[in-house]
Design a protein around this ligand. Structure first.
Ligand code: AMP
Ligand code: MG
Length: 488
């Protein structure tokens, strides 16, 4: 498996994206940080990329993944895109602090490797091209946590740091996350070429995405409408996955929407503690545009923007609208499927949607801790005592009525089967804000032990980690005071 290279060999970089026309990107060098050091290496992604373990520990790797030298064979570039931010057309954006090093082959196909925070690009606008340690730790941990949960996402290979100062609300220090994905193309890439009437480039981009990632669309009567439909389908499944684990992205602008349906650009995200459907995790989102319960509709709004951008290729507006239509049924079906698994129910039953709705209502009315509720539910059987679950609710009567309704539906399912299903669908560990915050505070003092423990636990969140039970507990009181904004 992998390329398995020794110290003396270079990695077999290539770069399909760089074969596109120059209109799509600018070739450039990353900018060095002073005296970089390792913060974390992720062996799981390294293994997938075929990166040799001992080489990964080398100074050359450290420099290469900080942007202090260009690894042999890399062809670094920053790509241009545009986007709608908070509902408004924002014009040209682009990789303002992300630099694509190239692509490595893995058993799962080509994987792009990108540095985030490695200096200014032509698309940095007013930004400094840097990323701070705080937000880089959050992205590093959360992308791996999402992968551990089985949710499509970009991943993270490593995290390096430097004592170079970066100015945000206060002075912080710089870090670079090396992240990977089959492609970092966003809805905003298509919007860019469409809004600038660059239809030849728009077509080249769509053809590249179809040929590389959606080959079945080529067989359709209208491949571009088929692409829109396929992206809508993946996005619908992604939204169902987010909603089912209580994940709030926080900045679902069209430039943060992956054409592959991956979770991308971890900023002010949050996993819900207490279940509040109207929760807004981004302190900068004053209107609550991206509140937890609005995410599925916002994704649809973004898909509509993508449809508009693809219209010159699709031709007929009706075909674009028809391609978006399935989202409306796939999302609820996908969510219901996930919720059935969480409830330990093995097959769709007519009463399922009513039960799911009443569960969400009860959780919201009692502001129950979302992750703890579902994990405790794993031990629920129609005949067991329900004390540990009931303790989470102050309205005990409503809980009892719900438990009765649930018990009736659960009764026909074998105990072993439902317990197994629930344990596979209800994670014990999610990256709660306060856990990330504790890792960040320690890392600022150059203690990375908490970060490493969290990484390990979050990579297998459905398993028991006996020594780390505290990470599965209720958030401390100070957690509700953590304010996460777009500042990163
Ligand atoms: P985001 O909201 O983080 O997805 O970023 C929106 C746009 O701003 C993207 O084009 C980013 O590349 C750019 N950006 C964000 N932070 C910086 C920064 N510190 N330096 C340069 N560009 C940035
Ligand atoms: Mg972004």
């Amino acid at each position: 498996m992998g390329n398995n290279l020794g110290m003396d060999k270079t990695l077999p970089w290539h770069n399909r994206f760089a074969k596109l026309d120059k209109a799509f990107y600018t070739r450039l060098q990353p900018q060095a940080l002073s005296h970089p050091y390792w913060i974390s290496r992720n062996p799981s992604v390294a293994h997938e990329l075929g990166i040799d373990e001992s080489w990964f520990e080398s100074q050359e790797a450290l420099n290469g993944f900080t942007g202090n030298n260009v690894l042999p064979g890399c062809d670094p570039l920053a790509s241009v895109y545009s986007g709608h931010q908070f509902g408004q057309w924002a014009g040209q954006l682009g990789d303002g602090r992300a630099i694509l090093l190239g692509e490595l082959d893995t058993p799962a196909g080509g994987m792009e490797v990108q540095l985030k925070g490695a200096g200014k690009t032509p698309y940095s606008r007013m930004g400094d091209g840097r990323a701070v340690l705080r937000s880089s730790i959050r992205e590093y941990l959360c992308s791996e946590a999402m992968h551990g949960l089985g949710i499509p996402t970009t991943r993270a290979l490593c995290l390096t740091g430097s004592d170079d100062k970066v100015l945000r609300e206060e002075i912080e220090t710089a870090a670079v996350v090396t992240r990977t994905a089959p492609s970092f193309i966003r809805f905003g890439h298509f919007e860019h070429f469409s809004y600038n009437d660059m239809h030849a480039e728009l077509k080249a981009l769509a053809d590249f995405v179809i040929d590389s990632f959606y080959p079945a669309c080529r067989e359709a009567g209208n491949p571009y409408a088929a692409l829109l439909e396929a992206v809508s389908e993946r996005t619908a499944h992604l939204m169902a996955a987010w909603q089912s684990v209580g994940f709030c992205h926080g900045v679902m602008n069209t430039d943060n929407m992956s054409i592959l349906g991956l979770t991308i650009d971890y900023g002010p995200f949050q996993f819900l503690d207490a279940f509040d459907p109207t929760h807004i995790c981004n302190h900068s989102d004053t209107q609550g545009r991206y509140a937890y319960n609005k995410q599925p509709n916002m994704a649809y709004w973004n898909l509509f923007c993508l449809g508009q951008a693809l219209l010159p290729l699709i031709g007929e507006q009706d075909q674009a609208l028809a391609a978006l239509e399935p989202y409306k049924s796939i999302f609820p079906q996908s969510l219901e499927g996930r919720m059935l698994g969480k409830l330990g129910l093995t097959k769709p039953i007519p009463e399922a949607s009513a039960l799911i709705e009443s569960t969400f209502k009860l959780l919201a009315a009692n502001r129950v801790d979302y992750t703890i509720f579902w994990r405790r539910l794993c031990a629920f059987t129609p005949t067991s005592g329900h004390e540990s679950l009931r303790d989470l609710f102050y309205d005990r009567e409503s809980f009892n009525a719900w438990a009765l309704q649930y018990s009736e539906l659960l009764a026909p399912v074998s105990r072993a089967l439902q317990a197994d299903l629930k344990l596979k669908n209800n994670p014990k560990y999610v990256l709660r804000n306060h856990l990330g915050e504790e890792a960040i505070r320690a890392a600022k003092l150059k203690d990375y032990s908490k970060l490493h423990t969290l990484l390990e636990v979050l990579q297998s969140p459905f398993e028991e980690h006996a020594d780390d039970d505290a990470m599965a507990g209720f958030p401390p009181d100070w957690a509700s005071g953590i304010e996460i904004s777009c500042s990163s």
